[in-house]
Design a binder for this molecule. Structure first.
Ligand code: FDA
Length: 584
């Protein structure tokens, strides 16, 4: 008889989505098995940009220090360069990822964490190591083959690729975190909008110390606009930092309607030397790979006991650096909900809110990333490259920006605007942080609406405590300790945040939490209490009165709020929490 393993949640994939799912579940003490097709985690650096929401999750799950130890720090990520080669002429720079002095404040005010840059080859082992140390059963070289589900659970057939033998895993739930070609998502027939493989890209990874040319303008991205390159359509290549300043990744587009280019070591070396503008440089080519650019998202993320997360449900180009970040947030959203249902704290219907909350995010980021990618055209147009037919013409067009002629003047003027448009790719703080949820796990009992955005909502994040918003960050504490309001509401509990005049919430929460068997703690912010509003920032951000309350979900989203202390706080809280958790 073939053996069957048994667990609560089976996760397929050990990428950012699968790794984060395993870590989230193990942190909450939920039994889980994570299988992954290959013998180890990602073998090429892909995602790097790690945004503030992802860093907040790592902080909450206790791995922020490990990520920072392996990451290129915030001050080195910012001077995105446009040039004709790394050693050649510079066309301009954009301060990116919140490093512009005028933008840095927005980022600092919004979160206890700043954007940093960690290659996927470094991040995944951190997720997998910590998940496994906390309880995840990790199975490498193990492939998902198929599954069936019934009333009580899911039976998945997996293949041990080392021995060629199949076995079954019985679980209560299954998460398909198996990437852009997700078999799990296909097997449950998720509905999709959009298209796969709209453009082709080639990655070349290499080692070469080019500090002299990049350290004075430290960045993670160097865009090379180079006529004369014999591979790729438009003649633009991306030189992407992997480790400062001696490991790099080149990304190059190719026409996907044509056969994929064959790039051997000699050709790869030539491409590297051309883009760097260093014809004699000693280069160690470490790998080449091809990948497709997609514009596709799922409009529903679940079928009964089976869920899909990450690139399985949102597929898009790397522009804006949203892929891995969003994948991690998907799993963080799903993790606490699965835990609450498995522990009998919530009804099954809570799980439907995963799709309600995350499918709109999938659509938003796929749209944004593709728009950013297309907006590069404006930059090429302004430089006059769209109509240039020969290398000579391209060169002359780029050169024209230096001329003391009416055309030269016009070109310089147009470049200012074209550069500014790229803020929607490189400084889209509102896209990174502004998710707002509407579902039954958000109880907006007084029907509050979100304040109208004061500034462009894609570029600027605006904090609010209207239910469905993310808990705003403020530094609170005492003379010795400084913590973020986000630190007050850890992943393993619901948290009520109130002021001294709202003290009565504490007894109400203790009673409701005990009656419902749901972890629920109360934090009173005020002088002489657990934490003090040291900068008086919290008073300005909370929107509710001092005796009002915010009910913060484990994932830091505000699930309910009361503007003031009602006559019967216990009844109000009980009803909100019962509804939020879909309790029968
Ligand atoms: P991912 O594809 O990473 O993982 C899928 C997992 O499933 C793998 O572990 C695989 O082995 C496993 N698997 C697949 N099929 C299986 C099967 N049948 N059985 C078992 N296991 C199976 N994002 C970002 O946030 N910031 C950035 O800067 C960038 N930059 C970037 C650059 C480049 C060049 C690329 C190509 C992509 C990016 N991204 C990015 C996107 C990012 O890489 C991507 O969004 C995430 O890897 C998605 O994570 P997932 O875990 O969903 O899938």
């Amino acid at each position: 008889t073939s053996a069957t393993a048994e667990t609560d949640v089976l996760i397929v994939g050990s990428g950012p989505a699968g790794g984060a799912a395993a870590l989230s579940l193990s942190t909450l003490g939920v039994r889980n098995i994570m299988i992954t097709k290959y013998r180890w985690t990602a073998n090429t650096p892909r995602a790097h940009i790690t945004n503030q929401r992802a860093m907040e999750i790592f902080r909450d799950l206790g791995i922020e220090d490990q990520v920072l130890a392996d990451a290129t720090p915030h001050p080195l990520v910012g001077d995105t360069v446009f040039c004709t080669s790394i050693a050649g002429e510079e066309i301009g720079r954009i301060r990116t990822w919140g490093t512009h002095p005028a933008r840095e404040a927005d980022y600092q005010l919004a979160s206890p964490c700043l954007i940093c840059d960690i290659p996927q080859t470094y991040l995944e082992p951190i997720l997998v190591k910590n998940a496994t140390a906390r309880g995840t059963q990790s199975r490498f070289s193990t492939e998902y083959v198929s599954h069936t589900q019934d009333e009580g659970g899911v039976t998945t057939t997996v293949l041990d690729r080392l021995t060629g033998t199949s076995y079954q895993i019985r679980s209560k739930y299954l998460i398909g975190a198996d990437g852009a070609r997700s078999q799990v998502a296909e097997d449950i027939g998720l509905p999709y909008e959009g298209q796969m493989d709209i453009a082709g890209s080639m990655n070349i990874t290499f080692k070469a110390d080019i500090s002299a040319h990049v350290a004075p303008r430290p960045s993670v991205l160097y865009w090379v606009i180079q006529p004369g390159s014999n591979v790729g359509g438009i003649g633009a290549g991306l030189v992407r930092m992997v480790r400062p300043w001696n490991e790099w990744l080149i990304v190059w587009g190719y026409d996907i309607s044509q056969p994929a280019p064959v790039v051997d070591e000699e050709k790869a070396t030539q491409i590297v030397r051309n883009l760097l503008g260093m014809p004699d440089l000693e280069v160690e080519i470490t790998g080449t790979s091809l990948w497709g650019n997609n514009e596709m998202y799922a409009t529903h993320l679940q079928k009964q006991r089976v869920f899909a997360a990450g690139d399985a449900v949102h597929r898009h180009p790397p522009s804006n650096g949203l892929g891995s970040n969003t994948s991690i947030q998907d799993s963080y959203n799903l993790g606490w909900k699965l835990a609450a249902v498995l522990k009998g704290q919530a009804g099954q219907e809570l799980l439907e809110t995963y799709s309600r909350e995350r499918a709109p995010v999938a659509k938003q980021i796929v749209t944004r990333a593709n728009k950013s990618s297309r907006e590069f055209v404006q930059f090429f147009e302004v430089l006059g490259l769209m109509d240039a037919e020969t290398e000579e013409e391209m060169r002359a067009q780029i050169e024209e920006r230096k001329a003391n002629t009416p055309r030269g003047k016009e070109k310089r003027h147009a470049l200012v605007e074209a550069m500014e448009l790229k803020d929607y790719e490189f400084n889209a703080h509102g896209v990174d942080l502004g998710q707002f949820y509407e579902s039954t796990a958000i109880q907006n009992s007084d029907g509050a609406t979100r304040p109208a955005p004061a500034r462009d909502p894609e570029l600027y994040y605006q904090a609010s405590t209207v239910p469905g918003s993310h808990l705003p960050h403020a530094w609170v504490g005492d003379a010795i300790h400084k913590v973020s309001t986000l630190d007050l509401a850890p992943y393993d509990t619901f948290t009520l945040i109130t002021g001294i005049a709202g003290e009565a919430w504490q007894a109400a929460a203790a009673k409701v939490g005990a009656d419902l068997g749901v972890p629920l703690k109360t934090v009173i912010i005020g002088p002489g209490r657990e934490v003090t509003d040291i900068y008086y920032d919290w008073a300005r951000l909370r929107e509710v009165d001092e005796d009002g309350v915010l009910l913060v979900r484990p994932d830091k989203f505000i699930g309910w709020r009361a503007m003031t202390l009602p006559a019967d706080p216990e009844a109000a809280l009980r009803s909100a929490l019962e509804n939020l958790l879909s309790r029968p």
